[in-house]
Design a protein around this ligand. Sequence first.
Ligand SMILES: [Zn+2]
Length: 456
Amino acid sequence: MSLTYWCPAALTADGWREAVSIAVDATGRIDRVEAGARRDGATVLGGPVVPGMANLHSHAHQRAMTGLAERASRRGDSFWTWREAMYRTVERVQPDQLGAIARQLYVEMLKAGYTSVGEFQYLHHDVDGKPYHDPAEMTLQCLAAAMATGIGFTALPVLYRYGGFGAAAANEGQRRFVNDVDGFARIVERLIAETRGNPDAAVGIAPHSLRAVSGELLDEALAAVGDRAAVVHIHIAEQRREVDDCIAFCGRRPVEWLAQHVNLDERWCLVHATHMTADETRRVATSGAVAGLCPTTEANLGDGFFNAADYLAAGGAFGIGSDSQVSVSPVEELRWLEYGVRLSTGTRNALASDDTPHTGQSLFDRALAGGARALGRRTGSIEVGARADFLVLDGEHPRLYARRGPALVDSWIFSGNDNPVRDVFVGGRQVVEAGRHPREEPIARDYRRALDQLNA
Ligand SMILES: [Zn+2]
């Protein structure tokens, strides 16, 4: 059965159009888009429609610890002390608890306007470090949470092996993460089997970082499962210490090493490419790889400023992620991406593209395209062949009232914090109605129970 929606205005692949009808086939794919259309027989959407955003980098379990690492310790705090606090949380999370946390998180994402998520999941094994009966248990919990809440999902099972550069032994806090290539391939194969034929799911792979995966291991993993993976994600150059350690180990910077070692192309997503030289910036920007930017987490962890102005000027692709879940809002990620440039350069609107002078619209468009590329699924555009993942905004909302087209997106990104996302559709199916998810109450109850158990 196919469905036809009609809306007063929509951000289509050809830009903003008025009186748009969007037909969706039985599989959840857009099969017709028509501007200047009549509303007869269509389901009328009560506001301007934009494509749903991809959240390309999420660690679901970190939702359970937001706010808990904001207390100063006497020895001074950094990314590395935050990581110790995070390890203390993940030490005890059971599969059903992870499922409950992920369901709560994914409802929050949908309500904020994210319609797909890349789950970069490195928590694989039981609390004692032994594999579960099902090797993909923890990532399958996230997949099930995605399907239960209705968000599109790209599984990014993580290969984690070492505690630092030079194949340093993993520490006790990392025992639930560690796999060899065989163990990792079993997880990947299991996820591929589980998502086969599911148009709302895909499977990529995520060698964690050059700290946790050696060059030899990266080669082995790519040889074993690289061809089966839709995309390849890696944390790269997030922290200065990581860059310094990499140089001390091999004489090269992480991005420099990776660009020389693998064929960087559209399948790659470099998460937090925060510390790049001008040459690295140009190189990644012209490779087709996506920079996975998570400005609120990068701010929270004190990572530093990504050189967005030069990267975007060189044509670089990027998408956004909620990463540590300190903020679950595409608006806040895009706003802070631009504000980072303003604060560090003393200029404004440096990230508007050649296509449009509207900074909010420009950032939104490029994050849609980069996010879809990084998650290996045809989303992020209202056009024939794409998944019918879209948001209906409340055009009467004070943040958006009297704004049209690109000015409406600018106002959404750069004003206030109330959420004007009214309705959310994924694969043509409505998952948020008037700002509410139909299952949000039982999901919140399960989340509270999981937190009570974890805190007991
Ligand atoms: Zn991350």
